[in-house]
Design a protein around this ligand. Structure first.
Ligand SMILES: Cc1ncc(COP(=O)(O)O)c(C=O)c1O
Length: 411
């Protein structure tokens, strides 16, 4: 069986990921839990080691050589993220610990200042808990109202209902670009344009899109875009939030502390310029620096090549899974990326996960931090296989054989 699709030489790419070269329970590891976190290429691991071995210093304030090197590399990542998102300026790129912090930052600053009693926030039925709970917390504090775009049987957003929810009362629309549970790609340009037509701002949760889809925040005209480094082959504990400059300037700071100030007196503190106003305290320097290695890695292969490769894996996996008796795919949207979620009649997803792991195959099972979505489909959870640049057709065959064994054992 071919291990390489037309666009990617996976054997060459796999050699860049040391973790893949191991056996689990006596079998070669198949890693299909990429929507939870991706594995790291050697370039990212090397960047972390290099920083700690040669450049470790606190940034921005030091004038010694190590501090200058660390600051230069930290800020080089900001420029790489700017280009990665198509932003106009590095002032619009704020480092965070990941998507969750990016969303919470917007809820705590933009939300607290610009969303009040009776105002409405629209999210969708496809959201991860991290794009639900911060808005619920804000609504509870402010007396604002949360509205939800329903999900169709195919796992797409009901755009007619969305249009009907929009009114001048809506201050913010917060939806994901790609659903982590189903892989649906949402029509975010349409969502943004329609929200802007009623004067609402838009936050896009890019946790699942940023490694697959080319992002151009200016062409999208999006107000906020958040993503996580660990889902784009970078380290954990780092991510970025894009925000339009005029909005970021109008927002109060998120946390108070060092770096985010211009001048402090006991009477009054003035705040630093963008983006530092939102980066209080010593940041996650090593992981920010290594994030650039991840972005460079993606750029070298080319996102369009990565997407084409993953699309081929998804199409092949979908076709083969559908031939398994009693298996139902949850999420059959026209536009999908990299994720296939399924249930098998009479078998709990947890049991599937454990028995696949026994065969060296790592998948995710459960609710995928999308409990309302699972409820929408009347299921406790799914088994989810999610693909990345280093996965192969041969591994999809292993999944299918593995599932056939699971069914034989349990039925
Ligand atoms: C769609 C989506 N949003 C947000 C998050 C949260 O990302 P993080 O845990 O990196 O902050 C995830 C993580 O799985 C996700 O898939």
């Amino acid at each position: 069986m071919e291990t390489t699709t037309e666009v990617i030489d996976t054997q060459k790419i796999r050699a860049d990921f040391p973790v893949l070269d191991q056996t689990i329970n006596g079998k070669q590891l198949v890693y299909f839990d990429n929507a939870a976190t991706t594995q790291k290429p050697r370039a990212v691991i090397d960047a972390l080691v290099h920083y700690y071995q040669t450049d470790n210093a606190n940034i921005h304030r030091g004038i010694h050589t190590l501090a200058e090197r660390a600051t230069r590399d930290f800020e080089a990542t900001r420029e790489a993220v700017r280009a990665f998102l198509g932003a106009a300026s590095t002032e619009e790129i704020i480092f965070t610990s990941g998507t969750t912090q990016g969303i919470n930052l917007v809820a705590s600053t933009f939300g607290r200042k610009f969303i009040g009693e009776g105002d409405e926030i629209i999210i969708s039925g496809l959201e991860h808990h991290s794009n639900i709970v911060p808005w619920q917390m804000l609504c509870e504090e402010k007396g604002s109202i949360l509205k939800v775009i329903p999900v169709t049987d195919e796992g797409e957003l009901d755009m007619e209902v969305y249009a009907s929810l929009l009114s001048p009362n809506v201050k913010l629309v917060a939806v994901n670009h790609v659903s982590n549970a189903l892989g649906t790609i949402n029509p975010i340009k349409q969502i943004i344009d329609q929200a802007h037509a009623v004067g609402a701002k838009v936050l896009i949760d890019g946790a699942q899109s940023s490694s697959h889809i080319t992002i151009d925040v200016q062409a999208l005209d999006v107000d906020f875009y958040a993503f996580s480094g660990h889902k784009i082959y970078g380290p954990t504990g780092v991510g970025a939030l894009y925000g339009k400059k005029d909005l970021l300037n109008a927002m109060p700071p998120y946390m108070g502390g060092g770096e985010m100030i211009k001048e402090v007196t006991f009477e009054k503190t003035t705040y630093n310029e963008l983006p530092y106003k939102f980066e209080a305290g010593t940041p996650n320097i090593a992981d920010v620096i290594a994030l650039k290695a991840a972005i460079d890695y993606i750029n070298t292969i080319g996102k369009e090549n990565i997407a084409a490769h993953e699309d081929a894996l998804l199409a092949y996996a979908t076709e083969r899974l559908l031939k398994i008796e009693g298996l139902r795919i949850i999420g059959t949207a026209k536009e999908k990326v990299s994720v296939v979620s399924f249930v098998i009649d009479g078998i709990h997803p947890q049991d599937i996960g454990v028995l696949l792991d026994n065969q060296g195959i790592a998948v995710r099972t459960g609710h995928h931090c999308t409990q309302p979505l699972m409820k929408r489909f009347n299921i406790v959870g799914t088994t989810r296989a999610s693909f990345a640049v280093y996965n192969t057709i041969e591994e999809v065959d292993r999944l299918i054989t593995g599932l056939e064994r699971v069914i034989k054992m349990l039925k």
